[in-house]
Ligand binder design. Structure first.
Ligand SMILES: CC(C)(COP(=O)(O)OP(=O)(O)OC[C@H]1O[C@@H](n2cnc3c(N)ncnc32)[C@H](O)[C@@H]1OP(=O)(O)O)[C@@H](O)C(=O)NCCC(=O)NCCS
Length: 177
C-alpha cells in the first residue's frame, strides 16, 4: 500500500484504521444515511468493526479502497468515500461509494471527496471501469456521481440489494471525450 492519505482543499482522506469503527458506526448506523440503501444499515459497533476490518484487508489486497474523510485539521471522521473492486455485468469494476454524516451535507464535501477519488483512481488505473450505482430516488448521490466526472451508463444498470441501481461510469465519460 503506497498511499495512506489524500488531501483536497478542505478535506483529508485517510486509509481506515481499526479505531475508526466507532465513527463509521455513527455514520452508517444512522437511518438517515441509509435511507436509499437500507441494507447498508449497521446494527452495532461490532458490525462496524467487521466492516472496517474488511476495508483494511481490501487495501492490503488491492492497494485501493475506502477512505475515512475528515475536515482538514479536525479529528472527527465525517464520512467515507472510495472504491471497492467487484464485478458488474460480469466485468471487473471499481465501485465508487460515498456516505457522509447528515450534519455536514450540503457543503460540497461528497463532491470534493468523490472527485479526488475518481481522479486518483483513474490516474493509477487508467483502464479500470469506475462505477457508481445509485437508487433512482437518490438525487443527491446522482448529482455527486456526475460532478465527480461519471456519466449515466444504462447498459450497466442492475438490480442491487435494495432494488434497481442506476449506473454512472467513466466508460461513457471517456468515450464521449
Ligand atoms: C448523497 C450525499 C453523499 C451527498 O453529500 P453532500 O456532501 O451533501 O453532497 P454535495 O454537497 O457535494 O452536493 C452535490 C450535489 O448534489 C446536490 N444534492 C445533495 N443532496 C441532495 C438532495 N438530497 N437532493 C437533491 N440534490 C442534492 C447538491 O445540491 C449538489 O449539487 P449542486 O452543487 O448543483 O448544488 C449525502 O447526502 C449522503 O451521504 N447521503 C447518504 C448516503 C448515500 O445516499 N450515499 C450514496 C449511495 S449511492
Amino acid at each position: 500500500m503506497e498511499t495512506t492519505s489524500l488531501s483536497t482543499s478542505r478535506l483529508v482522506l485517510s486509509v481506515p484504521a481499526a479505531e475508526d469503527a466507532e465513527a463509521i458506526f455513527t455514520i452508517a448506523g444512522d437511518r438517515a444515511t441509509v435511507a436509499h440503501n437500507p441494507s447498508d444499515l449497521l446494527a452495532d459497533v461490532v458490525e462496524a468493526q467487521e466492516l472496517v476490518n474488511r476495508w483494511i484487508q481490501h487495501w492490503r489486497d488491492r492497494g485501493l479502497g475506502y477512505w475515512c474523510v475528515r475536515e482538514t485539521g479536525q479529528p472527527r471522521v465525517i464520512g467515507y468515500c472510495g472504491v471497492k473492486a467487484m464485478s458488474a455485468h460480469g466485468q471487473p469494476v471499481l465501485n465508487l461509494i460515498y456516505r457522509f454524516a447528515p450534519d455536514v451535507w450540503g457543503r460540497g464535501y461528497a463532491t470534493e471527496a468523490a472527485t479526488a477519488v475518481v481522479a486518483g483512481v483513474a490516474e493509477r488505473h487508467p483502464d479500470a471501469t469506475i462505477i457508481a450505482r445509485v437508487r433512482p430516488a437518490n438525487q443527491g448521490s446522482q448529482n455527486v456521481a456526475l460532478k465527480a466526472g461519471l456519466r449515466r451508463d444504462p447498459a450497466m444498470d442492475e438490480p442491487g440489494e435494495d432494488g434497481l441501481d442506476l449506473a454512472y461510469t467513466n466508460r461513457v465519460a471517456a468515450s464521449s471525450r
